[in-house]
Design a protein around this ligand. Structure first.
Ligand SMILES: Nc1ncnc2c1ncn2[C@@H]1O[C@H](COP(=O)(O)OP(=O)(O)OP(=O)(O)O)[C@@H](O)[C@H]1O
Ligand SMILES: O=C(O)c1ccc[n+]([C@@H]2O[C@H](COP(=O)([O-])O)[C@@H](O)[C@H]2O)c1
Length: 202
């Protein structure tokens, strides 16, 4: 689909580790949302969750491996360079400056969409970016009173997306339990986890 303005996708996460749902989601976003480029942003210091299990250098390396096959993707380490929490609104501000005249599209899973009213300056985010939500199993229960389909002042574009139940929490648990993860992560990521002995005690 072609749009009047170039569209820049923004997809952030702990990526601890990046998994097949992340890669499929990025692929679906690239094609369906007509993105000219997609920035993948591993979080430095997450704003609303406890610290990731793995160091930033590992999550960055795994993100590079996981998304390497997709065209027009940039694995963007800028949130590591920032002091303080990784607020998405700051990232959007920076990208707006770097892509004048472009439309930013923020891609999030259903669990994060439900938590969106707790995000730092979320009203400003609604002015800066179109938000595209990929449904996620069990995310409705976290939804509370927030109306996903009609948020005040926001522009939302749904992503056509088959629900995928894979989560990084489950993958960390499987590794710690000695179970196979090859069906859940890209091959390069599985190798990296093995070589660096990640998640042995997660
Ligand atoms: N299976 C999935 N379906 C839809 N969205 C997903 C899925 N897995 C992750 N996401 C989305 O991808 C983004 C980054 O996710 P994140 O790196 O936190 O992975 P996660 O699997 O949710 O990790 P964890 O289990 O550690 O919380 C978030 O917006 C999240 O909602
Ligand atoms: O800016 C915020 O307040 C904020 C609050 C929660 C999550 N986010 C972003 O949402 C993305 C997914 O977060 P997570 O915790 O599901 O990995 C990641 O880029 C986070 O920085 C951002």
């Amino acid at each position: 689909m072609s749009h009047a303005q170039p569209r820049i996708g923004v997809f952030g996460g702990a990526f601890d580790p990046p998994h097949l749902a992340h890669v499929a989601l990025a692929g679906a976003a690239l094609t369906q949302l007509g993105l000219t480029r997609l920035h993948i942003l591993p979080t430095g210091r997450p704003a609303h969750r406890s610290r990731p299990v793995s160091a930033g250098e590992h999550r960055l390396a795994m993100a590079r491996l996981a998304f390497a096959e997709l065209p027009d993707v940039v694995v963007d380490a800028r949130e590591f360079a920032r002091s303080g929490p990784s607020y998405t609104v700051d990232t959007l501000d920076e990208l707006q400056g770097e892509y004048p005249g472009s439309q930013l599209v923020l891609i999030i899973g259903g669990d994060q969409a439900a938590a969106f009213p707790q995000w730092h300056r979320y009203q400003d985010i609604l002015h800066k970016a179109i938000i595209s939500v990929a449904g996620r199993e069990n995310s409705a229960k976290a939804g509370g009173l927030f109306e996903l389909q009609h948020p005040p002042g926001g522009r939302w574009e749904p992503l056509q997306w088959p629900l995928m139940s894979v989560s990084a929490t489950d993958i960390r648990w499987r590794v710690a339990s000695g179970l196979d993860i090859h069906h859940l992560v890209p091959a390069g990521v599985a190798r990296y986890i093995e070589q660096h002995h990640l998640y042995k005690s997660a």
